[in-house]
Ligand binder design. Sequence first.
Ligand code: ADP
Length: 157
Amino acid sequence: MKAIYPGSFDPITYGHLDIIERASAVFDELVIVIMSNDEKVGTFSLEERLNMVKEAIKGYKNVSVCIGDGLTVEFAQKIGASVLVRGIRAVTDYEYEMQLATANMTLAENVHTVFLVAKPQYSFLSSSTAKTIAKNHGDISAFVPKNVEVEMLKKYK
Ligand code: ADP
C-alpha cells in the first residue's frame, strides 16, 4: 500500500523522521510531500527543504520525497496513494488534524488519513521550536539531523 506524508517540513526534524521511520515499516511505499502553501511563506525555500529531506531519508529504501501543490487528497490520488499519514503530538494537534482529516474525507472517500502518535521525546518538537533555538544560537543537535543543523547554522549565522 502506498502512503503519502504531507507537510511543510520547514525544516525536517527528528520528530518528522520518527513518523517517517514508523510509517515506512507499516506501508510498502511512503512519499513525503512538501506542500507549497500560499498563505505560509517558509523560512527555507521548497528546494532547500527538498534537499534536506533527501539527505535525511537516504537510509530508507521505500521512502521518497517530492514537492506538491493544490489539494493534498488530489495529489495523493494523482500518484496512486490511498493513505495520508499525519503525526499527532499533543491534544492541541488533535483538533486541527481532525478538521483536516474530516475535510479530506469529504473531498476524497478513497484516501484514508492515518495518525501516528509522536514519541514522548519528540512530542514538544516542531520546526518552529528548532528554528527559535537556532536563531538564539542554542544547541539543536538533539532536534534535527546533522545535515539540517548545518543548513540552519548557515541561515542564522
Ligand atoms: P504542517 O504545516 O502541514 O502541519 P509540519 O511539517 O509542521 O506541516 O508537520 C507535518 C506533520 O508532521 C503534521 O501532521 C505534524 O503534526 C507532524 N509532526 C510535526 N512535528 C512532529 C513531531 N515532533 N512528532 C510527530 N509528528 C510531528
